[in-house]
Design a protein. Structure first.
Length: 589
């Protein structure tokens, strides 16, 4: 049923005298935004009919403005007082866009304001705006979870006169996009017909495919996790996104094969190629969007009920495994190990340009975040790991196959990765400079002991002080570790940067170089602090203690700033060997 024409307020104030509007309309507008009821009450006492008047060019009333204002206690009290002065039908007044004040409150998420108006007129949630959009849709569109849950709770399963399968589907789609999955679950359970509506299901699946983080299992509170571990109860709970996908996909999988393919493919779009030519394609292929996003659980749920998906190709002739290699999605690629002998048929497949899986591994991965200098070195190692893995996966005869431009996978790899090697050298100079500077300082400090020497005997004055012994030892350790660090970074810098070096040797050298550099900084600060204990320990103890505390700051700061680098070193050096061939099955577990 189409909505009737908008129920507009009286527009005399807006369209009439500008002087009257400035004297009355502007103060009311400001009072509504601030929640200044005293000012509004004074004006309304003089002219009570202004409650029905528009005070903006878009024909919003005083209640429209207050309902869309930032939710504060003053604004809530303003709305409560204003609603008490209004007639029940006054709350149905709409602006030019068919929006009631309640619709605006839903859009901005003012739940308390909305409840005040619903108590006055329970029919407000069922009044549509333009294009049959309901207040519940506006709340979902602007991602207001509390408002969505409240409105859906009073919507009687979206069964009013102005509800249709179209605007119900709009609400479902926006709830998924806004990650309000609990309401989305209620919708598909209450309105199961929506789960077989072709265009809607495509949009919902596409929205789910873009949210890999939503499919991670929820972990209960730490206390319940301890209890579960004691009683050997699994502590993982499936996310609401997984539950939603299963309900939708279970109904979709019952449809004929052609309809399933249409849902996954989506509507055709016009694609503009690099040479300016245009062709029809399907940018919204659900399966391949999930692959690019690394949404492994989404892919697994789809394949379990529809195994033929492993054979589907995108517009460029790539399967999900080809795309997983190109996008470096290891978990999706590892599904190859779970499909048995079928992988022997999938691995030789080439795309429309003649590229096989090993060509996909030769592409330089697109990184979303910018790597620092050290990240480049690790990226080279990861690229080599992928290339070696895929090389042993595909049949030997395809390892030297050329694509349509005459490149073998090895040729393409060398060309695509050439700039990474050159970019990976510059960062070493910074660490070498720091290590060299520290070595210079501690070497000089070894011959200038605190307190000096006895000129007659050459023996240090404070040789009996334990602090002097600590100074000498820490200075010696700092000199040795900084010199070692310089040598390690120098050996990396002068390396031939061959493949075998990037796989094992260089990451290990980098790890030891950073460790010795950190040790040299820490022991240098220990030597610095110990020298003050030698000189001031007997008379002014607070001086060396204060300096020692402050001297720890550079060490802590260095550890914090380089922590991510140390984690990368460990992961790329040791955990990368577990990147492929997973021990745990996830497809048909």
């Amino acid at each position: 049923m189409p909505p009737p024409p908008p129920n507009l307020p009286c527009t005399d104030l807006v369209e009439g005298s500008r002087e009257e509007y400035i004297m009355v309309g502007v103060p009311l507008y400001e009072a509504a935004l601030k929640g200044d009821w005293k000012t509004a009450k004074r004006i309304l006492d003089e002219k009570p009919d202004l409650i029905h008047f528009a005070i903006t060019g878009n024909y919003e009333t005083l209640l429209h403005v207050a309902a869309s204002a930032e939710s504060t206690k003053a604004v809530e009290e303003f709305v409560l007082n204003l609603v008490n002065m209004m007639d029940k039908n006054d709350l149905k007044l709409q602006n030019k866009n068919y929006d009631t004040a309640f619709s605006l409150a839903a859009a901005v998420g003012n739940v308390k304001t909305a409840k005040i108006m619903v108590n006055k007129n329970p029919a407000l949630p069922e009044i549509p705006s333009r294009h049959e959009t309901m207040p519940l849709y506006l709340a979902a569109l602007f991602a207001k979870p509390e408002m969505v849950r409240y409105l859906y709770g009073i919507s009687k399963k979206m069964s009013g006169d102005y509800w249709s399968n179209d605007n119900r589907g709009w609400v479902l789609h926006k709830c998924v996009e806004a990650e309000i999955f609990d309401v989305a679950l209620n919708i598909v359970n209450d309105c199961p017909k929506l789960t077989i509506k072709k265009g809607l299901v495509t949009d919902v699946l596409l929205a789910l495919a873009h949210k890999p983080h939503a499919f991670k299992p929820k972990k209960p509170h730490i206390i319940f996790r301890i209890i579960n571990s004691v009683f050997a109860v699994p502590d993982k709970k499936e996310s609401e996104a997984v539950q939603l996908l299963r309900i939708i996909w279970k109904n979709v999988a019952k449809l004929p094969k052609g309809e399933i393919d249409d849902i996954l493919r989506g509507p055709p779009v016009t694609i503009t190629l690099k040479d300016g030519k245009k062709m029809r394609g399907y940018h919204s292929r659900v399966l391949f969007v999930a692959t690019k996003m690394g949404n492994t659980r989404f892919i697994v749920e789809l394949i379990r009920l529809y195994p033929d998906l492993i054979w589907k190709k995108d517009d460029k002739g790539k399967t999900i495994f080809h795309l997983a290699i190109k996008c470096r999605q290891a978990k999706i690629y590892n599904l190859l190990y779970e499909i048995g002998a079928m992988k022997e048929i999938i691995t030789p497949i080439t795309d429309r340009k003649g590229n096989n899986m090993l060509h996909m591994a030769a592409y330089k991965a697109n990184r979303r975040k910018i790597h620092n200098g050290s990240g480049v070195a690790f990226e080279i190692q990861r690229e080599l790991l992928w290339f070696k893995e895929v090389e042993q996966m595909i049949p030997p005869t395809y390892r030297q196959r050329k694509n349509e431009v005459g490149e073998t996978p090895q040729d393409m790899f060398v060309r695509k990765q050439a700039d990474l090697v050159s970019n990976g050298k510059d960062w070493l100079n910074h660490y070498m400079l720091v290590a060299t500077l520290i070595a210079t300082i501690v070497f000089a400090a070894a011959f200038t002991l605190p307190g000096g020497y006895n000129q007659n005997t050459g023996v240090p004055f404070f040789q009996q002080e334990p602090s002097l012994i600590i100074f000498v030892i820490s200075d010696f350790v700092s000199l040795i570790s900084s010199s070692t660090s310089v040598l390690i970074f120098l050996s990396i810098h002068t390396s031939r940067y061959a493949e075998r070096n990037f796989m094992k040797s260089l990451p290990r050298k980098l790890m030891f170089g950073l460790a010795t550099l950190f040790l040299s900084i820490a022991t240098m600060m220990v030597a610095f602090s110990a020298s003050f204990f030698v000189l001031y320990n007997k008379k002014m103890e607070w001086v060396p203690i204060t300096i020692t505390c402050m001297g720890a700051l550079p060490v802590i700061l260095f550890a914090i700033m380089q922590f991510h680098l140390l984690v990368d070193v460990f992961q790329f050096s040791y955990r990368s060997r577990y990147l492929f061939r997973p021990r745990k099955r996830i497809l048909y577990c």
